[in-house]
Design a protein around this ligand. Structure first.
Ligand code: HEC
Length: 214
């Protein structure tokens, strides 16, 4: 994959999702029972999960300052569905951690995967990969840690692709490691790293830049 990531990077997975999710009413205001079962299934969530995700999104929204709340409310149905889909794959949520702290955990898990693979310890690799895929979500979810200009449909469309690159391949790596296929598992390390790098190129940039330099 090219390291030059455009705004439209990895747009395909989300556009597929968008087509699949022909939802006519929207999540915060509408009870899950209002969604046709078919649509809910198409989004990869059953009714119960959908209701749970709506609740979580609502409580995340309650933590946001009014200007961010307004931005999130203005996102398209498709973006909100995509965010809920991502939410639904994470069972661990923190009441105080920031995204940066979560990222440090993610990096540690990535390193632990590598340690497992290079020391013939597929069990360590598989466990760390599953932990990485189900990394904690920070207080308020991901959005509050994004730059203001990144909280729009266009920018957030790339999230689904990055998520699959990192978490999808972490799960594939775990499955290969479970089977003792260390070689195959090791191939996924590069793909995961591509996901880290690509997401950072869009949503992050160089850390710790000083504003005291000319
Ligand atoms: C969904 C997009 C996304 C993905 C995927 C992602 N990151 Fe990040 N990462 C971020 C953002 C945004 C920040 C900046 C957070 C901040 O400064 O509040 C960040 C920051 C970091 C930091 C720096 C924390 C600090 O103290 O400044 C590390 C380390 C990191 N990520 C590791 C990883 C690793 C390793 C992976 C892949 C396994 C990864 N990230 C995948 C979005 C992502």
């Amino acid at each position: 994959m090219s390291l030059h990531v455009s705004k439209n990077f990895m747009i395909t997975p989300i556009s597929k999702l968008v087509k699949a999710v022909a939802i006519t009413s929207f999540l915060f205001a509408v009870p899950a029972s209002a969604y046709a079962n078919e649509n809910v299934r198409a989004a990869g969530m059953d009714k119960e999960t959908m209701m749970k995700m709506q609740k979580i999104m609502k409580s995340d929204m309650a933590l946001m300052k009014p200007d961010l709340q307004k931005q999130v409310k203005g996102l398209s149905k498709e973006t909100k569905m995509a965010l809920m889909n991502i939410l639904s794959t994470h069972s661990r949520r923190s009441k105080q951690l920031t995204l940066r702290q979560v990222m440090h955990e993610v990096l540690s898990d990535y390193q632990s995967i590598t340690t497992g693979l290079v020391t013939d310890n597929n069990e360590q690799a598989a466990d760390a990969a599953r932990r990485l895929a189900n990394h904690r979500l920070p207080l308020g979810g991901l959005i509050p840690y994004m730059a203001k200009d990144d909280v729009n449909d266009d920018r957030l469309a790339s999230l689904v692709g990055f998520n699959d690159l990192v978490e999808g391949n972490a799960l594939r790596l775990a499955a290969a490691a479970d089977k003792g296929n260390t070689g195959e598992a090791t191939m996924y390390l590069g793909k995961i790293a591509e996901g880290c790098v690509a997401c950072h190129q869009v949503f992050r940039g160089q850390p710790g830049v000083s504003n005291r330099l000319r």
